[in-house]
Design a protein around this ligand. Structure first.
Ligand SMILES: Nc1ncnc2c1ncn2[C@@H]1O[C@H](COP(=O)(O)OP(=O)(O)OP(=O)(O)O)[C@@H](O)[C@H]1O
Ligand SMILES: [Mg+2]
Length: 204
């Protein structure tokens, strides 16, 4: 059984990640693929327990390193118990946020050094990398308007979210083979079409 494809969706709050993941899932399933759709932080019972602290909780003031470690603790459980086994079985794994979000939120947003995140990432999940990462890029104001739930990260000031947006764009430009940058201000159908074309190209 050939290894499955690992696709992640990244971008700011309300950029359309969940919408696009669902649309791609439908298309892949129609084409006969087995799809595992998941999200971060979370995806396994252990990681969802940590998500409750990280996303739904009151804004507890962990320092950037502690928050990075919590994110990676959740990610290790998720990779070990769900993502890696699904890829080995040949499934397409679609993940709503992955480690690029840690570089954006804890790195660009909270000031954690990117080299330190690199070291933690390698220790925790080794060489695992997404095959494709869709960066849904949208002006911060538009994304915050779209995102309705006022969760912990969404309550942070617009300047914080602007640093994330620029951080994501810088990361995408540094790894052009893995990232596909998509203008998320377009209609959802148009965004989905671009996501589908890029996915098919990679599946060939
Ligand atoms: N291209 C689009 N144009 C306009 N509205 C959109 C578009 N894509 C999604 N939306 C709407 O914007 C809202 C946020 O979309 P979605 O939940 O997919 O974003 P998200 O990136 O997953 O957000 P979050 O960061 O909150 O998880 C939803 O109400 C969705 O219907
Ligand atoms: Mg979402």
């Amino acid at each position: 059984m050939p290894r499955g494809i690992f696709i992640t969706f990244e971008g700011g709050e309300g950029a359309g990640k969940t919408t696009q993941l669902r649309l791609l899932q439908e298309k892949l399933e129609k084409s006969g693929k087995t799809v595992v759709a998941t999200r971060e932080p979370g995806g396994t019972p252990g990681a969802e327990a940590l998500r409750k602290l990280l996303v739904n909780g009151d804004a507890y003031d962990w320092d950037a390193l502690t928050e990075t470690l919590l994110q990676f603790a959740a990610r290790r459980d998720h990779v070990q118990k769900l993502i890696e086994p699904a890829l080995v079985e040949g499934s397409a794994v679609l993940c709503d946020r992955f480690y690029d979000s840690t570089y954006a939120y804890q790195g660009c947003g909270q000031g954690m050094d990117a080299k330190a995140i690199d070291a933690i990432r390698k220790a925790v999940i080794g060489e695992l990398k997404p095959d494709i990462t869709f960066l849904l890029d949208l002006p911060v104001e538009e994304g915050l308007k779209r995102a309705q739930a006022q969760q912990r990260y969404e309550r942070l000031p617009p300047e914080f979210h602007e640093r994330l947006r620029q951080g994501f764009l810088t990361m995408a430009k540094a790894e052009p083979k893995r990232f596909v940058i998509i203008n998320a201000a377009q209609d959802a159908e148009k965004v989905a079409e671009e996501v589908w074309i890029a996915t098919q190209k990679r599946l060939k």
